[in-house]
Ligand binder design. Sequence first.
Ligand code: ZN
Length: 252
Amino acid sequence: MRAFALLSTVALAIWGAVAAPLESSLERRAATVYTRCTTANTAALTFDDGPYIYLYDIVNTLDAAGAKGTFFFNGNNYGCIYSADNMARVKYAYNHGHQVASHTWAHKDLTTLTWDQIHDEMWRVEQALVRIVGAYPAFMRPPYGNYNSLVLEASGVRGQGVVIWDFDSQDSLGASAQTSRNLYNNIANQRPSTILALNHETIETTAHNVVAYAIQRLQSAGYRLVTLSECLGKPAYQSTAAPQTPDSSWRC
Ligand SMILES: [Zn+2]
């Protein structure tokens, strides 16, 4: 043990001498892509494309069931995240213990963009979340689930994991509420160890006809409905601080 410790010390000293030039390449390693939860018996309900008018109903439904959800917010998709209504919605989700994350700024297909354009889509919504609730998100879901090596590298530089899903309620594909409920029923019957579910905050039937059913069905199948952070066992945020005070620079 002692010899090993000494060798390790020598090795570390040598490594320290050569490590510096490698650091920049290490920092630019591609982001990890998460397609499923890892904590057994958890299900993470995720809601994309908001903040939008159904946020309160979704949060209240989650809260009433003792469930947590994760919201992948855009900055300027269905509306500007800096409108008074949308800032209140973002705060409501965050203050009720749900996770907030990035769905990037304007819901562009990131695989069609340049390196600089990708970062532009990313930092704008990160800045908005830091301003509005003080949280710098650790996770990003690319619009349409589309990514390439450039997107992964950009996410890696920004310290973010890339999140996809392993279950789709198909609400954004035009599925009826009954179809989405059937899909939840089927997955609950199949009973995989974990579920990472894609939903959309912007679809009225999801908010009013699907989420309550999905929660009830998954809970009765023995799942804990948790944030993405909890289902992965990883921090939700790279940093948290107090919300900032709006000024004229907060605009879309
Ligand atoms: Zn989306």
